[in-house]
Design a protein around this ligand. Structure first.
Ligand SMILES: CC(C)(COP(=O)(O)OP(=O)(O)OC[C@H]1O[C@@H](n2cnc3c(N)ncnc32)[C@H](O)[C@@H]1OP(=O)(O)O)[C@@H](O)C(=O)NCCC(=O)NCCS
Length: 195
């Protein structure tokens, strides 16, 4: 089966009134407010490489039949005081920016939202009109996270994970929630974001 493309998003999906971006796990919004975001520098290299290895098995990310060394990309770092607590790597190509990796530690405390917002704002200011990314069919938490923040599903690559696994054999067969990792899903956000 070939790639299934959805319509290009024309605008950010408005959030339904009464369903604010929040933290139903009881996390205080002050947690998120304390988090600062700054561009990654050489002093972050070792930490970033070890975070990428812990989260993705190595610094290399495979998607859409391509292997990318995320540790060589520009990145934003989230800081809680002195402690690094999140990383987002990205690459710009003309008017589109790909979010290659995003990781929060701990999750569920607003760090990912802060990173995503910072990338969206930065890239829009730099002239990007579109922020896009690829995730896999098992990553239900990420799918929720992105869709709640206005990203739209724009393409499905059935069997895409098998192609990526040839480039990166350490991609597991079974992912989150015991779901087989089979397909790659492309999501996109029109910039500037409205949140
Ligand atoms: C996806 C990810 C970057 C999101 O960052 P985050 O800091 O967890 O996100 P936030 O806390 O800003 O928001 C997460 C949402 O899930 C909710 N949540 C509740 N408990 C949670 C938990 N234990 N873990 C994650 N999210 C939780 C939050 O309340 C929030 O809900 P909302 O959408 O209704 O506002 C992060 O979960 C992560 O690092 N995941 C592992 C790596 C990954 O899969 N990256 C994406 C690759 S495509």
């Amino acid at each position: 089966m070939g790639v299934v493309h959805g319509p290009e998003p024309t605008t950010c999906a408005p959030r339904r009134p009464g369903v604010p971006l929040g933290h139903p796990c009881g996390v205080d919004d002050e947690d998120a407010a304390r988090v600062a975001i700054r561009p990654a520098g050489p002093q972050d290299s070792a930490w970033a490489a070890s975070l990428l290895a812990a989260s993705w098995g190595s610094s290399h990310v495979a998607r859409l039949g391509q292997l990318i060394d995320a540790s060589s990309l520009p990145a934003l770092v989230a800081l809680d005081g002195e402690r690094r607590c999140g990383l987002a790597t990205y690459r710009r190509d003309g008017a589109a920016t790909e979010l290659v990796t995003i990781d929060a530690d701990p999750t569920g405390r607003g760090i990912g939202t802060r990173l995503l917002r910072a990338i969206a704002r930065q890239e829009a200011a730099a002239g990007a009109r579109r922020l896009w990314l690829v995730t896999t069919n098992d990553n239900l938490d990420a799918l929720r996270f992105y869709q709640r923040r206005g990203l739209r599903l724009v393409a499905v690559h059935p069997g895409g994970a098998a192609v990526s696994r040839r480039l990166k054999p350490t991609i597991p067969e079974v992912g989150r929630y015991g779901i087989e990792i089979r397909d790659e899903l492309e999501l996109a956000l029109v910039l500037p974001a409205t949140w």
